[in-house]
Design a protein around this ligand. Structure first.
Ligand code: SF4
Length: 641
């Protein structure tokens, strides 16, 4: 085992051009100081190399897999990996990102690289093999058409069971815009990057090695990990195993505490991940169809992973198809789908296969639910209701009509910003748990206000019936999230905004900067780290503006959020939020008033140092953040503004 001289980082980024087969090394140093790693480094590479008009599926698009300085260090829940690039699923196509767990990120670091950035297109299917600081391109014709899980298994048989594999399935090969990249432990990266891999004829990336990173101050880091374990004790106690006797917890590499990440063991002996949204993809229709638990719920998730399809898109699509069938808009003969058996195995098998292979009606569905509905006509659009949250067709969760703080999070990001949304929703869920009198519950209205004051900038943000403090809270959450996704810390444990077993129950916002300081051997304050997060968010904004979105008119939500009364939310069925004194207030029937939303944007732009009329960044803001060199004239405040 080698211990690298530089702390935290491997020191190099591998650049691969699949058209020519040429490989180069970039020094991580050139990026790390200002952008840390992960989402920050990915965004900077995108800014430097990608002309804004490049189509997502063109060979010139650049797909970057990045880790952060904490990856490969144990006990921190910090070995996640981020993909960045032009996404085919955003509307319009733009820069986006995806964040995945498991062990692949740690193994990329062990292979000797902080990041891997890929451009070009191979003439034949290939896979990349990164090991011990070396990289090889191998033929992958024998893997063509195989599922993402089969590909992983085949490469382990070929290269050794220690390798970690990120692969695409048939959906990625067939350029389905919502195709995923799937890695070990079934960690899945969405954002359409499976299609980007497919467009490059890149079937998989295998990584392995012994280059273990070292922290500059291991004792300090170890003490911090102990503190994290103590602070996070019991965080997921209220969440019992999904299926007692069938599921068991299995944490990602280097996770100190774990979460609800579970593995299901089917009667056939097959095992696979079973947690979070993906475990619910087919739960509602299957429970309705069978009237009780059925293993098809697990197999539906598994099928999506095999084909490499995003379950966050498939879940609302199924409900929309069900509505269309019930209302006579779609028929079994017209679609070739067994629509009368939604909830059963025949339906999900046919649906996933037809989409991934673009068979028949699956060709229309492969464009996305909203796009398919628009093609079918007004009745189909009407049936869609509020099932999807954006034109990228992601399932509606953490609705801004319910949680006002999430309105700007949804509106200013290119995708469902799940890491930022979790900071709000997990806190509210804990408050709901306390209302129900849950065991060891602690989140009173007072604790919620104290938490909001410390982490979101003001106690006013704890009142979900008011707009006071919402813009500042949104900015603080986004900046912290950008730093977190650059380190890269898992959002199920970070930030530690609340503590179940503690005297005051409010967490410590300086833990992230302490961890980074211990790893790199240079003191970074909480304020400095948040400023880096703000820089990364602004870099992303400059990219989005350059690519044709990210102006005031583009910071928008789907229309129904402003017009249709709220009637449901998956994880908050009673639709309650904390009111002015922390008392429960129902948001049933709420809409997000358009004028209030526009006023909120105005306040938010002011806090960000952006021009309130256009949403464009001011020159002095970019200068304050140390990125004035990054923005060409059109990406910042126009001279005439
Ligand atoms: S908290 Fe859960 S998702 Fe996060 S690193 Fe740990 S096991 Fe993985």
């Amino acid at each position: 085992m080698n211990i690298m001289e530089s702390h935290g980082y491997a020191g190099k980024i591998l650049q691969v051009d699949l058209s020519s087969g040429r490989m180069e090394l970039l020094p991580t140093d050139a990026f790390a100081g200002r952008f840390i790693g992960g989402r920050g480094i990915g965004a900077k590479i995108h800014w430097d190399h990608l002309p804004p008009s490049t189509p997502a599926l063109a060979p010139e698009n650049r797909l970057t897999f990045s880790t952060g300085p904490l990856a490969g260090l144990p006990r921190l829940a910090a070995s996640r990996w981020v993909l960045t690039g032009k996404s085919p699923v955003t509307v319009p196509e733009s820069f986006s990102y995806a964040n995945a767990g498991g062990s692949w990120g740690a193994y990329l670091k062990f292979a000797g690289f902080d990041a891997l950035t890929i451009t070009g297109k191979s003439e034949e299917p290939v896979y990349l093999f990164l090991h011990s600081g070396k990289a090889e391109i191998h033929h992958a014709a024998h893997l063509r058409g195989r599922s993402a899980i089969e590909t992983r298994q085949a490469l382990k048989a070929e290269l050794g069971k220690e390798v970690r594999v990120a692969a695409i399935g048939p959906a990625g090969e067939n350029l389905i815009p919502f195709a995923t990249v799937l890695a070990d432990e079934d960690s899945s990266a969405s954002g359409g990057f499976g299609a980007v891999m497919g467009s490059k004829n890149l079937k998989a990336i295998a990584v392995v090695g012994d280059d273990r990173p070292a922290a500059a101050d291991p004792e300090r880091l170890s003490a911090l990990a102990e503190r994290l374990l103590h602070l996070r004790k019991g965080t997921y106690d209220p969440y019992v195993p999904a299926i007692p006797g069938r599921t068991r917890r299995r944490a990602c590499w280097g996770c100190i505490a774990g979460c609800t990440r579970e593995v299901y063991r089917a009667e056939s002996g097959e095992e696979g991940k079973f947690f979070c949204q993906s475990a619910n993809t087919y739960r509602r229709p299957a429970m309705k169809y069978f009237g009780r638990w059925n293993e098809v719920i697990f197999h539906a998730n598994r099928l999506c992973d095999h084909y490499g399809l995003d379950t966050a898109v498939i879940e609302p699509m199924i409900e929309w198809l069900e509505r269309c069938f019930e209302e006579g808009i779609l028929s079994e003969t017209g679609t070739g789908l067994p629509l009368s058996r939604i909830g059963g195995p025949e339906f999900i098998e046919a649906l996933v296969r037809k989409i991934a292979l673009r068979e028949g009606f699956g060709g229309l569905l492969s464009r996305g639910t909203l796009q398919a509905a628009e093609e079918l006509g007004p009745a189909a659009v009407q049936a869609l209701g509020d099932l999807v949250a954006s034109r990228a067709n992601e399932v509606r969760t953490y609705d801004p009509r319910l949680y006002t703080i999430t309105a700007l999070l949804w509106a200013t990001e290119p995708r469902r910003p799940i890491q930022a949304l979790h900071e709000v929703s997990l806190a509210v869920m804990e408050w709901v748990y306390a209302l129900k009198g849950g065991k060891d519950a602690f989140m009173t209205g007072e604790v919620f206000r104290n938490m909001a004051e410390r982490f979101w900038g003001s106690a006013a943000a704890a009142d979900f019936t008011s707009w006071d403090g919402v813009a500042l809270a949104s900015k603080r959450i986004q900046d912290r999230t950008c730093a977190k996704e650059s380190l890269i810390l898992c959002d199920f444990l970070w930030p530690v905004i609340w503590v179940r077993y503690g005297s005051e129950h409010v967490g410590d916002p300086s833990l992230e900067s302490q961890a980074l300081s211990a790893v790199i051997g240079k003191e970074v304050s909480r304020e400095e780290l948040e400023a880096i997060g703000e820089r990364i968010f602004n870099l992303q904004r400059a990219i989005l503006v350059r690519e044709g979105r990210g102006r005031r008119e583009g910071d928008a939500l789907l229309d129904y959020f402003h017009t249709a009364p709220l009637s449901s939310e998956h994880l908050n069925r009673k639709l309650i939020v904390p009111g002015p004194s922390g008392e429960p207030v129902s948001r049933r029937g709420a809409v997000l008033p358009r004028e209030a939303f526009e006023r909120l944007k105005h306040e938010y732009y002011g806090l960000r140092g952006w021009d309130p009329a256009t949403g464009l960044q001011r020159r002095e803001t970019l200068a304050r953040l140390g990125i004035e060199d990054l923005a060409p004239k059109r990406a910042i405040e126009e001279e005439s503004a």
